[in-house]
Design a protein around this ligand. Structure first.
Ligand code: SR1
Ligand code: MG
Length: 402
């Protein structure tokens, strides 16, 4: 029988004591619940005398952001720990080390990353992260390639597809990203000054067609084991180090969904520079940094993915001349579409981003929100025609000038 119950801080300390590799002395431990995400409890357990620490992440049987009225499977904790372990093998050093998992208690004990900051917060404070492009492109190229039919045994992959079936978490994405923003849904949440913009979205049938096509890909395309929620709140960072966390939305889906999540969150911060930069010159410089990162993440990802394919491809037919180019081109187009969809949902859907929501002046916030909506819509509308990443840069720059 399951012994699930939400941990108290005292129980978290008791559990942490069993991690002997980290807590090598008997000095006392301190604990604080620090979770500020939408779904889980997060305890930081530290040992002041030695400076050692661990994080204990425990799933709640409901979505914390809404409350007990929205029940949510505890199996997401298993999915998170198993995918962290796979990602740690495929992309060493780019995810936290897992010390212990307990599927009954729905928790994972992992490396404490308190010397890192959440990237969303870091970007809001003007941080520069010189390793980020290399690290995130490496993480995505390796985890996506080696879990796809291109890079792993295709029979074993079918076993992973089954084991990472994640219907409840996928349903959140299907509703919150690919459905609610396009109707007057009670799940939506937006500033009243955006009502007209939201109403435009609800009647834009051409945009609905693109949303439906992207939704179909999310529902049906078991291309690779995705992180599933790869926004800048799922990344711990310093100038020297990047750690991807929180893969509880992991499932087999279209690769462009992960790449799009990263790019969308950089572009949301780009729009938010209306507030976070001090003056026009600083804003221009900051936006150039962000847009250059968008460009370089795609080009580095493409280069690494092609190299992995050429050196480690397991599928004879995938070596057919021309196939790789078509595959990468489709991936670029998917990336445009998912980037756009992920921007729109953060402005009018249920869950927002602090980059935009924390802008105190409503007029400035409205300008940033409209810029994000405009970039998102244009990316979605152009996804099936996209030919190069430069077009994404052009779309973002045009939205600033408009
Ligand atoms: C109810 S969960 C809302 C959002 O938080 C997560 O980070 C996912 O992005 C999800 O859509
Ligand atoms: Mg999360």
């Amino acid at each position: 029988m399951s012994h699930y119950h939400p941990l108290s801080e005292t129980e978290a300390v008791e559990l942490a004591k069993s991690i002997k590799d980290v807590f090598t002395t008997e000095d006392p431990l301190a604990c604080r619940e620090i979770g500020d995400g939408n779904l889980n409890l997060v305890f930081r357990v530290t040992q002041p005398a030695t400076g050692a620490g661990v994080i204990i992440k425990q799933a709640l049987p409901y979505a914390k952001v809404v409350g007990e009225s929205w029940p949510l499977t505890l199996d997401r904790a298993r999915i998170e720990s198993e995918s962290l372990i796979i990602q740690g093998k495929l992309a060493p050093g780019l995810v936290p080390q897992v010390y212990k998992t307990d599927n009954d208690l729905a928790l994972t004990v992992m490396e404490d990353l308190s010397d890192h900051v959440i990237m969303r917060r870091g970007l809001m404070e003007g941080g520069i992260y010189p390793k980020f492009v290399e690290d995130i492109s490496e993480f995505m190229a390796r985890t996506l390639f080696f879990t796809s039919d291109l890079g792993m045994n295709q029979q074993e992959k079918k076993g992973l597809v089954r084991s990472f079936s994640n219907p409840e978490l996928c349903k959140i994405t299907e509703d919150l990203i690919f459905d609610d923003p396009y109707i007057d849904s009670p799940n939506n949440s937006f500033d009243e000054h955006l009502r007209e913009d939201a109403a435009q979205l609800w009647k834009d049938t051409e945009l609905h067609l693109e949303a439906a096509l992207l939704r179909e890909k999310f529902l049906t395309q078991a291309q690779a084991l995705l992180h599933g929620d790869l926004h800048t709140g799922s990344i711990f960072i310093t100038p020297e180090s990047t750690k991807v966390i929180d893969p509880e939305f992991a499932y087999y889906g279209p690769m462009g969904f992960d790449i799009g999540a990263v790019l969308a969150n950089l572009l949301l911060n780009y729009a938010a520079q209306e507030h976070w930069s001090e003056d026009a010159a600083a804003r221009k410089e900051r936006r150039n940094y962000l847009i250059q990162s968008v460009h370089d993440i795609w080009t580095s990802f493409e280069r690494k993915f092609r190299t992995l394919w050429n050196e480690h491809g397991v599928d004879r037919m995938s070596k057919t001349p021309g196939y790789q180019d078509i595959y990468i081109h489709r991936l670029l187009q998917d990336t445009f579409g998912f980037t756009g969809a992920k921007m729109i949902r953060r402005i009018v859907g249920l869950a927002h981003v602090a980059d935009i929501d924390k802008i105190p002046d409503p007029e400035v916030r409205k300008k940033a929100q409209r810029m994000a909506l405009s970039i998102g819509k244009t990316l979605m509308m152009s996804n099936r025609k996209a030919m190069s990443i430069q077009e994404m840069i052009d779309i973002a720059e045009s939205a600033v000038l408009a």
